[in-house]
Design a protein around this ligand. Structure first.
Ligand code: SAJ
Length: 444
């Protein structure tokens, strides 16, 4: 409702009516960020073109299908007249471009900007005077202005702030969250200059009816997203470290967190688990670490938090190995039911999922893994929970899917599964112990 503006060095010029009005929008990258944005823009009356290089995704979109959408967005997609294509022609003659392409890290945690740079070149080839370009992809400070903008200017031959306008508005999509979505989440924008700011604010005011906060610079907007997600990673690492410590002391960390949460101020609960997955939280801190190094600063705290969180899948397998050894059952040659492959509750996304690390580590230690995930059936080796548990020496819950949280101990006992490691502390610990099952959580 409110367009809050943080104190700025330059006063943004007021929106000049139709000159900033966006009537057509091209969204580059039609994943869980770009597609909801494209559908929202169409619902707001804009002519929308969607561009993506992934032909599999485009063939689903041609059938008006997309598994990662919320139900209301799935309905909107079925009725959508937006044009989705891998042909760059859809990038011609639009008032605004929003780039929502992935910015992953490689196996050495080095940020990979190739998709974003390729998208920038595509836009540059079709950019016309007066158009606006917004980067929603998550990047560290400096990337938009020092890497992406020069590519667009070179390809188009146009000058920023004079011929076209440029800004960063970091995406804040929270997969699986029905309440906070592209319509309702406040947004932060950082623009190249006052005219770019005016055009960017006009676009997002058209799209969303919630707070729009203008930062003093593009770098500040890039930094906001990095800080948001690094904050979450370090807080998860904090409780993961506590979990490993309190496990040795026989203290249930989940009770301690519940107790600490009774403090009505300056405590924000996070929860220990078998690891940190997804496209954001385990990725963004590496961007900040690299950026710090470029500026001669070592982010020791961020790096330590990453190390702790990256160690949780192995810690989980260690817990299992010790429990089986106590029962005289070596992990090697044991059959382990792995419940959960996705990185997060009730989503089909496996990117950076700790469950995949647990699976690989179990197999590396000689165990036979039977995995089941109702949201990721194509990676499951069992057809149901019961199928995964049949003949298993142990079970590991790696994702707190709603259906797993409801599992009762008798499902395990009747299949003679003596050991359960609850990597998301989502099972009823007392019920499992009462049923005579050897139960361990993460920190409880
Ligand atoms: N996790 C924990 N303990 C926690 C919270 C999460 O171990 O207390 C694990 C999850 O199991 C998962 C990973 O961390 O493997 C990431 O979980 P997440 O809830 O942060 O989910 P994401 O990756 O979808 O994060 C998104 C982010 N949104 C954006 O980047 C725009 C993040 O900023 C949000 O804070 C987060 O959703 C959210 O709040 O749910």
């Amino acid at each position: 409702m409110e367009t809050k503006t943080l104190p700025r060095r330059q006063d943004a010029t007021r929106s000049r009516g139709s000159r900033t009005k966006v009537r057509s929008l091209a969204v580059i990258g039609l994943g869980y960020v770009g597609l909801p944005l494209a559908l929202l823009a169409e619902a707001r009356g804009l002519r929308v073109h969607g561009f993506d290089i992934d032909t599999n995704k485009l063939s689903s979109l041609k059938k008006r299908e997309a598994v990662f959408l919320e139900e209301s967005e799935r309905q909107a997609l079925k009725k959508s007249h937006a044009k989705f294509s891998a042909d760059e022609k859809v990038l011609a003659d639009v008032d605004a471009y929003v780039l929502c392409v992935p910015t992953p890290v490689d196996e050495n945690h080095i940020p990979d900007l190739a998709p974003l740079m390729a998208a920038a070149r595509s836009v540059g080839r079709h950019l016309k005077k007066g158009a606006l370009v917004v980067i929603e992809s998550t990047v560290n400070p400096g990337v938009c202005e020092n890497m992406v903008l020069p590519e667009i200017a070179r390809e188009s031959g146009l000058r920023v702030e004079r011929d076209f306008f440029f800004a960063h508005c970091p995406e804040r999509i929270n997969p699986g969250d029905a309440e906070w979505n592209v319509r309702t989440i406040p947004r932060v924008i950082g623009a190249y200059g006052p005219r770019s700011l005016t055009h960017t604010r006009a676009l997002y005011r058209t799209l969303i009816h919630t707070d729009i906060i203008s930062m003093e610079s593009i770098k500040e907007a890039e930094a906001v997203k990095m800080v948001e997600n690094s904050f979450r990673d370090v807080n998860i690492a904090f409780v993961n470290e506590l979990a490993m410590s309190f496990a040795k002391a026989g203290i249930d960390i989940t009770n301690v967190i519940r107790g600490a949460s009774s403090k009505p101020f300056s405590f924000m609960p996070h929860f220990p688990g078998c690891g940190v997955g997804g496209h954001c939280i385990p990725v963004d801190p590496y961007y900040l670490i690299r950026y710090g190094r470029e500026n001669g600063f070592e982010h020791r705290f961020l790096a330590t938090a990453r190390e702790i969180n990256n160690g949780m899948p192995h810690y989980t397998v260690d817990v299992l190995e010790k429990l089986l050894a106590q029962l005289g059952r070596p992990l090697e040659k044991a059959t382990v039911a792995l419940l959960g492959i996705a990185y997060k509750r009730d989503v089909p996304d496996i990117r950076e999922s700790p469950a995949l690390v647990i699976r690989d580590e179990l197999e590396r230690r000689g165990a036979h893994v039977r995995s089941y995930d109702p949201f990721v059936k194509n990676q499951s080796t069992a057809g149901s929970v019961e199928d995964a548990l049949a003949g298993a020496d142990a079970a590991v819950v790696a994702t707190n899917h709603s259906m797993f949280s409801l599992l009762q101990p008798d499902v395990f006992r009747t299949r003679n599964v003596p050991v359960v490691v609850d990597g998301r502390n989502c099972l009823d610990k007392d019920a499992f112990i009462a049923e005579g099952i050897t139960y361990r959580g993460i920190g409880r």
